[in-house]
Design a protein around this ligand. Structure first.
Ligand SMILES: [Zn+2]
Length: 433
């Protein structure tokens, strides 16, 4: 979608080039996009052009010089964010297509997103990620499987706890979606087309990934992107490359340990937890929560309550500019025979720490090298989990402070709290925090 006018980029474009031709580290945004697509085998490209579109044609031609095949459709009048899709069907082949906006830079594993799209029989898949300011971002409201239930505009009053899940502006869509778009009509992608599909009960999914996707619609963002692209930061986050993570226990590590926590009112962050997680977010490590929640098996609450507690955690962290990349929890417990228990979850499982199921699942989803990762927690069970999974280990002196006596293990590092542990990891590994 290369028709944008880009008034906020006038300082760079001088109104002589269209927004997607704005240079980032000496190369137009659109050229970064096309090169990235070509590197991963996507070589059939359709550019929807409008304002100053001839400048785009002059630069790319039929794509031969860039190793791709380029076709053009042209908006005679601006058709909003989705109106141009009505012109695509005659040019599209069978199967889904990626849709990228001309002011969005990305470096992602396209095949991984495609597998997610296929697995869910999705009609439209939205690339989504957590950000450091969810409180003033449009959010995707999803179910536990990532199915989008509705959009929540940043202009709405939010009197509920929410999952930090922001639409990044990159999509994978079935070609039949285009057939729903009326010709020569201004259509908004989110408010009209996708919301319409959702209300019809069609499969619209959020693909939640920590990879680099950035809207560069302002001069400041372009300057930041130049640093992120040239330093290799953006490429390192591509899930084709091995990632490293800091796995975080929840109760006693991120939040105050008040006995068992089974309702959102009980959940309060530990003092420096948000700052610690903010540091992880800047460090190149993923922040992934792995927590045993036998409260479900004991019948104290349901899965939905645990998810609600996690939404509160994400909301509170988000208010302080911090986010976690994923949350894994084990609702099981192996010992049967208590009066209130929920027998569905009173089972032996592979995910309850110190077993490594949650870390293995995270490693598969995000291509994580466990041996380059850390497990951080307040209990000896967390340290044992790290040992079992082959990660480095760090103990925090909040919560149980390692005094539970369950496992005889020695952590590689001890911090007074999560922030001290994260700083310690930074010192030991020399990773930039
Ligand atoms: Zn489990």
């Amino acid at each position: 979608m290369a028709g944008g006018k880009g008034t906020r980029l006038r300082e760079i474009t001088k109104d002589e080039i269209p927004k997607p031709m704005a240079p980032v580290a000496g190369k137009p945004i659109l050229e970064w996009q096309i090169e990235h697509l070509r590197e991963q085998g996507v070589t059939d490209i359709i550019l929807c052009i409008g304002h100053l579109g001839r400048k785009i044609r002059e630069h790319f031609g039929d794509g031969t010089g860039f190793g791709v095949r380029i076709q053009y459709v042209e908006e005679k009048t601006p058709l909003g964010t989705a109106g141009a899709l009505s012109m695509l069907p005659p040019l599209l082949e069978e199967g889904p297509f990626f849709l990228a906006f001309g002011d969005v830079l990305f470096d992602i594993d396209l095949e991984r997103m495609h597998r997610f799209h296929e697995k869910n029989n999705s009609l439209a898949t939205l690339f989504a990620h957590p950000n450091s300011h969810p409180f003033d971002s449009d959010l995707l409201i999803c179910d536990g499987e990532g199915r989008v239930l509705h959009f929540d505009s940043k202009h709405n009053t939010r009197d509920y706890w929410y999952h930090n899940c922001v639409n990044a502006g990159l999509y994978l869509m079935d070609r039949t979606v285009c057939e729903q778009v009326p010709k020569d009509t201004k259509v908004d992608l989110e408010k009209e087309l996708l919301s319409g599909l959702i209300s019809e009960g069609r499969a619209v999914f959020a693909y939640q990934s920590p990879e680099y996707v950035k809207d560069v619609g302002t001069v400041d963002r372009i300057r930041a992107a130049e640093r992120e692209l040239t330093s290799g930061y953006a490429a390192r986050r591509n899930l084709k490359n091995k990632q490293k993570a800091i796995f975080l226990d929840r109760d006693g590590t991120i939040n105050r340990k008040n006995d068992l926590i089974y309702s959102e009112e009980q959940f309060e962050l530990e003092q420096n937890a948000a700052e610690a997680i903010r540091e992880i977010n800047r460090s190149g490590y993923l922040a992934i929560v792995v927590t045993n929640q036998p409260v479900v098996a004991r019948g104290l609450c349901g899965i939905e309550d645990v998810e609600s507690i996690h939404r509160k955690m994400e909301t509170l962290l988000g208010r302080e500019g911090a986010f976690v990349d994923a949350v894994f929890f084990c609702p099981h417990h192996p010992d049967k025979g208590y009066p209130e228990e929920n027998p569905d979850y009173k089972i032996p499982c592979a995910c309850r720490k110190p077993k490594t199921g949650m870390l293995q699942a995270a490693a598969e989803r995000f291509n994580i090298d466990l041996s380059a990762s850390w497990m951080v927690g307040d209990g000896t069970m967390d340290i044992q989990t790290g040992v079992n999974a082959g990660t480095h280990t760090a103990l925090v002196l909040t919560g149980d402070a390692g005094k539970d006596g369950k496992y005889a293990v020695t952590p590689e590092l001890i911090g007074d709290d999560l922030l001290a542990a994260v700083k310690g990891i930074s010192r030991m590994t020399g990773s930039a925090i």
